[in-house]
Design a protein around this ligand. Sequence first.
Ligand SMILES: Cc1cc2nc3c(=O)[nH]c(=O)nc-3n(C[C@H](O)[C@H](O)[C@H](O)COP(=O)(O)OP(=O)(O)OC[C@H]3O[C@@H](n4cnc5c(N)ncnc54)[C@H](O)[C@@H]3O)c2cc1C
Length: 382
Amino acid sequence: MQRNIFSSEHEIFRDSVKRFVNEELVPHHHEWETARRVPREVWLKAGAAKILCCDLPEECGGAGADWLYNVVVIEELAYAGMSAPGFMVHSEMVAPYILTWGNEELKQKWLPLMVSGDAIGAVAMTEPGAGSDLKEMRTRAEREGDDYVIDGQKTYISNGQNCDFILLACKTDKDAGAKGISIVLIEANREGFARGRNLEKIGLKGQDTSELFFEHLRVPVANRLGAEGQGFKMLMSKLAQERLTQAIRSICVAEAAINWTVDYTKDRKAFGGTIADFQNTQFVLAQLSAETTALRVFTDWCIEKHLRQELTPVEAAKAKLLVTDLHCKVVDQCLQFFGGYGYMNEYPIARAYIDARITRIAGGAAEVMKQIIARDLFSRAG
Ligand SMILES: Cc1cc2nc3c(=O)[nH]c(=O)nc-3n(C[C@H](O)[C@H](O)[C@H](O)COP(=O)(O)OP(=O)(O)OC[C@H]3O[C@@H](n4cnc5c(N)ncnc54)[C@H](O)[C@@H]3O)c2cc1C
């Protein structure tokens, strides 16, 4: 499909990202899946290739590029079937929080290091007892003079093993529900911080995902992002970008999976012809292609709105809900045409199938997306 959102400069950048992905990531992805993490040098190489946090302003060490450069990076990683490294959390979640709400000192210290790949960031919201319902989190930040003393536990944290710092969502007022949540930047070398297990997942195997523990950890109040008690609001406003980012990834995987399947079925012989000769194959792929094109148009429309800072949380929820659902359907139906080969890890379709499942859970479960959309629908007057 002809897309109109990118300029020729974006396409030149795309070529360099594609080269980086093919030379530096694709050949090692299987090793990282086995090791269940990515070596730090890869982050440094990505920094040198200028593909981390592309849109950060020059005064923060970035290229001052528009967000479409970030989109190009997300897309090329997705088209190549790369589920690791965890660049998306780093560039699309952590950096925007610091840029928007960090004080000058935090910005000057961390953002240039994030651009160069010298520092890896994580965001810790989820706890063993609180995921979708974040206001129930129990990690506590008790004020003592100019410090907070933090106690609590997080789980499922992407980049949890590799990170140099964490944006921690915690309760600065335990009785104020969502209004008692703040976000504090915690350096990983602080006393009282411990990493738990690198969790064993069914997919996204190259990404490290961890439990994190905080025990009487003392951190200056100056490490807080934004005002005290505003954390929930901050999370909700940035979650729209995270959800759109997921939709961008998912639509690319759907497009790639259809292409892999067309190529494979044209080659694979059966019953005197090819698998592609069956009308069933053609009709199933035609249907998936039509649905993917429709959601590609919607996703690009959301990207354009986001560039104008007009994308609403409801629109982002709609994009995540529909595109991740289609993503899962496409990889499932495409895998079927690969037969037994589709069940073998060496085939991208097999990994895409396993990696797809998380998209309907993380960053807000599908049901939570429906809740956001329904709340908007039913709150309208008349
Ligand atoms: C690989 C991976 C990476 C992750 N990375 C991070 C990270 O970097 N940082 C971070 O903070 N978290 C991260 N998470 C956590 C993720 O965001 C949560 O798993 C997700 O928000 C769901 O929370 P939960 O697992 O506690 O499920 P629960 O909240 O227990 O929900 C379970 C299920 O209940 C249903 N449900 C929940 N709420 C509703 C509702 N309102 N209406 C109807 N049904 C509902 C849904 O079916 C949902 O899937 C990650 C998780 C995974 C698996």
